[in-house]
Design a protein around this ligand. Structure first.
Ligand SMILES: [Zn+2]
Ligand SMILES: [Zn+2]
Length: 206
């Protein structure tokens, strides 16, 4: 759990930051965290560390960090070798665990390739990266960092309507409890969360 102060800060930053817009038209008391660093013993991070240790990169395994960043649009993941950081797009969760793992390994392969190369310059998706992919169990990995194509998306089964403005939204995953309509929170409550605008569940349109 994140405590209240940074959540509020991120929430404001997200609302008023330059060209920073939430990925979806909803707000939630919990989902308002703009940038979430994966906690030390999150299974995702533990898994990444185990993968790197498995290929002999113990020092990198200690340093590696993962961050979910909702400001990413169509980019699925990014790697920052200097900071041993992998940044993932939270939208990946809509595509399932397999896509998360695939993207994670793609980005870890960048970190691993740079780690092995030391000061030598390497091509982003060159031979070193391809070898790192194979070592991390990724075969025939594409060179793109884009999210999976929309047609691969599974059906959006969760439908909601704002009781105030009538906006309807559809989601693959159910909304978090208490999620409210962003448009109405902006229009009527200066961008602050307002329980009056909580989305209501509706039947899927037929
Ligand atoms: Zn790449
Ligand atoms: Zn509304």
């Amino acid at each position: 759990m994140v405590d209240a102060a940074p959540m509020q800060f991120d929430f404001l930053k997200r609302l008023f930051g330059k060209r920073e817009r939430p990925p979806a038209r909803e707000m939630s008391t919990q989902a308002a965290v703009a940038k979430a660093v994966v906690a030390p013993h999150d299974p995702l991070l533990d898994g990444a560390r185990a993968l790197l240790r498995g290929v002999g990169a113990a020092a990198l395994a200690e340093r590696v960090r993962i961050e979910w960043n909702p400001r990413m649009r169509s980019t699925a993941g990014l790697a920052f070798p200097g900071r041993a950081l992998v940044r993932l797009n939270p939208k990946l969760r809509e595509f399932g665990e397999e896509e998360i793992q695939r993207t994670l390994r793609h980005e870890l392969a960048h970190l691993l390739a740079h780690d092995r190369a030391g000061r030598r310059r390497i091509e982003p998706h060159g031979a070193e990266w391809r070898r790192a992919c194979r070592d991390l169990g990724l075969v025939d990995e594409k060179r793109t960092h884009d999210l999976p194509l929309p047609r691969r998306q599974i059906a959006r089964r969760h439908h909601y309507r704002c009781p105030a403005c009538g906006t309807t939204i559809a989601r693959v995953q159910p909304l978090r409890r208490g999620s409210a309509c962003l448009r109405c929170c902006r229009a009527h409550n200066r961008g602050h969360y307002d329980a009056r605008f909580r989305f209501e569940r509706i039947d899927p349109p037929s």
